[in-house]
Design a binder for this molecule. Structure first.
Ligand SMILES: Cc1cc2nc3c(=O)[nH]c(=O)nc-3n(C[C@H](O)[C@H](O)[C@H](O)COP(=O)(O)O)c2cc1C
Length: 199
């Protein structure tokens, strides 16, 4: 049996954010004893409670759309109010990621929204422990980890003209994998819910 389950709840319209989500899963599963599954929030429907309630951590992802999370993600968030009413995800670990076309693209606002969503569910948020990729070099490399310089969660950029096979760039996918790994590594210590269940 896996010691930790990480559910990556994502919704991707054209596949770019899904690439990022797969990297989060890959990163989480690179940690011994961790099982990670990719969940399309649009298809969750009535399974909202059962699918995500069993996870020790939920990493939420969405494309940035008009400076926030997508309408589909908002539908999922509103549907989750039934879980909120019974505090079903309380003390689960949470983290977030987003992808958009612009280098900035107002992605930070999306991550703020995802972290507030987790806070409303009384989850424990895990940020990204990577220095901004371009902060300590004058060379300015796009292929460094956390090149987009986010602390709250993982960011990726996909120019609209590029197919999901070409964007996001590998550095952004590696940053997403790093977040997945970090969540998986910290979940056993952070998840009070797990400790209560184990008693
Ligand atoms: C309705 C709409 C709104 C968008 N808003 C933004 C935005 O605010 N900032 C940005 O950088 N890109 C924006 N984009 C571009 C998407 O974030 C980008 O194409 C992203 O890669 C889509 O991810 P997906 O392939 O997973 O659906 C928008 C796209 C659409 C269709």
């Amino acid at each position: 049996m896996p010691e930790v389950t990480v559910a990556v709840a994502d919704r991707s319209g054209h596949g770019h954010t899904e690439q990022q989500a797969k990297s989060v899963v890959w990163g989480a599963e690179s940690v011994d004893g961790v099982d990670a599954l990719l969940v399309d929030v649009e298809k969750l429907g009535e399974n909202l409670r059962t699918t995500l309630a069993g996870a020790d951590a939920i990493v939420s992802g969405t494309p940035t759309s008009m400076a926030g999370h997508s309408a589909v993600f908002q539908s999922f968030a509103e549907a989750s109010s039934v879980v909120w009413a019974e505090q079903g995800w309380k003390d689960q670990v949470a983290a977030g990621f987003t992808n958009s076309a612009g280098v900035n693209g107002d992605k930070l606002n999306t991550l703020v929204g995802l972290s507030l969503f987790a806070a409303q569910h009384e989850m424990t948020w895990v940020g990204l422990d990577l220095p901004p990729g371009w902060a300590y070099t004058s060379a300015g490399r796009r292929d460094s980890l956390n090149a987009l310089g986010s602390f709250l969660g993982a960011m990726a950029q996909s120019p609209s003209v590029l197919a999901p096979a070409k964007a996001p760039v590998q550095a952004d996918l590696d940053t997403a994998a790093h977040l997945g790994r970090r969540v998986a590594e910290h979940t056993p210590a952070l998840s009070r819910r797990r400790q209560v269940v184990a008693q």
